[in-house]
Write a protein that binds this ligand. Structure first.
Ligand code: GAF
Length: 366
């Protein structure tokens, strides 16, 4: 089984606000091998951590080992949805999705685990249902009140295409993203913010507070998706400063994704790239999920003519920036960024040129 990590071109922190996102599955993945047992025991092995864990199908509870919770969570949520896991199993997994880099290794683990169980026991789980199961596993077992984007992308990815997902009704469309002259390059700041999960959940609550305030004026709205940026501005005095800025960013970003998709359809990557910078500014100043390292990495690109757009990617507080870079200049871009990062922070910058691939799938027998 192969379950990929994901990137997101634009549309950050919009998924849990019922907005649009534009992610894709990438050529970095977690691989699973699975076999059935005859009893109720489940033995799991995380190859990259060289760590093991065992649990029983009869007591699927949260455990102190964070990585194991993704596997227990998916197993438990599948059973909640009525799928029959007839016996225990042995599973080993590992891959090359860097942990804590904002490429959603956790969603890859959840999608891969679900797909592995589906294949092993002939469950034929529909892809959308698996994404919802993985999201609930994250909520209930990992404690992150995430949106649907990461698991959806890992499960629905298509080679050389980004997915325009409407997180309100979960309809989606593939947009070709295959520009010979440009590559997607990720610059990994190496920063892993330990408070990221709790700060993420706080952002989500602040958006919900914004919705509750606006509902007093517009009773029919149910999420920030139903709100225009102009309405947020009109009610500035009704919000606290933080809630106002969170809502301003999200409503602006949802509108930005829609017009960024139009840029893409016209093949106008220059206009698309400009919007990536606007997103970064919003994430940094209004949503406050950036950090000095990510701001530095984005600022460094502003003067580089070979870069069309750059921004922090994913939940924030660390991880990677995503950059659209002229193909012929990719090596020199990486060199320049690595030197600058070392000079500023005395830290090594790891860069990845990423390709866009298919979503989770069973691999042919080796
Ligand atoms: C994390 C979450 F898991 C996603 O659901 C999404 O909200 C993202 O942060 C921000 O866009 O990856």
């Amino acid at each position: 089984m192969r379950a990929p990590g994901r990137i997101n071109l634009i549309g950050e922190h919009t998924d849990y606000n019922n907005g649009f996102v534009l992610p894709a599955a990438i050529d970095k993945a977690i691989y699973f091998a699975i076999a059935p047992r005859t009893d109720r025991l489940c033995k799991v092995y995380a190859a990259d951590l060289n760590d093991t864990f065992e649990f029983s199908l009869d007591s699927l509870n949260k455990c102190p080992k964070s990585w194991a919770n993704y596997l227990i969570g998916v197993t438990s949520e599948l059973i909640t949805d009525g799928y029959v896991i007839p016996t225990g199993f042995e599973v080993a997994f590992g891959g090359d999705v860097p942990n804590g880099a904002g490429l959603s290794s956790s969603a890859a683990v959840e999608s891969g685990m679900g797909w592995a169980l589906s294949e092993l026991f002939g469950l034929a789980i529909p892809r959308l249902q698996l994404a919802l199961v993985a999201q609930r596993a994250e909520h209930h077992f990992a404690g992150l009140q995430c949106g649907i984007m990461d698991m959806f992308a890992s499960i629905h990815g298509k080679a050389n295409s980004v997915i325009r997902l409407d997180c309100r009704d979960l309809t989606f469309e593939y947009f070709p993203f295959d520009f010979e002259n440009y590559q997607l390059v990720l610059c990994n700041s190496g920063v892993k913010h330990t408070l990221a999960d709790s700060a993420y959940n706080t952002r989500r609550q602040e958006c919900e507070q914004g919705v509750a305030i606006l509902q007093q004026f517009y009773p029919t709205i149910t999420s920030l998706r139903d709100v225009k940026l102009a309405q947020v501005e009109a009610h500035k005095a009704d919000f606290s400063e933080n809630v106002y800025r969170r809502c301003r960013y999200v409503t602006g970003e949802i509108e930005r994704v829609v017009s960024a998709c139009e840029d893409l359809q016209r093949g106008d990557l220059v206009a698309f790239g400009k919007k990536m910078y606007e997103t970064h500014t919003g994430l940094s100043e209004d949503y406050e999920v950036s950090c000095v390292e990510l701001d530095f990495l984005v600022e460094q690109t502003v003067a580089l003519t070979e870069v069309l757009g750059a921004r922090l990617m994913g939940g924030g507080f660390g991880g990677c920036t995503i950059n659209i870079v002229e193909t012929a200049q990719v090596d020199s871009f990486i060199e320049k960024m690595t030197v600058a990062y070392r000079a500023q922070f005395n830290k090594k910058l790891v860069c990845h040129v990423v390709g866009i691939t298919e979503g989770v799938a069973r691999l042919e027998k080796l």
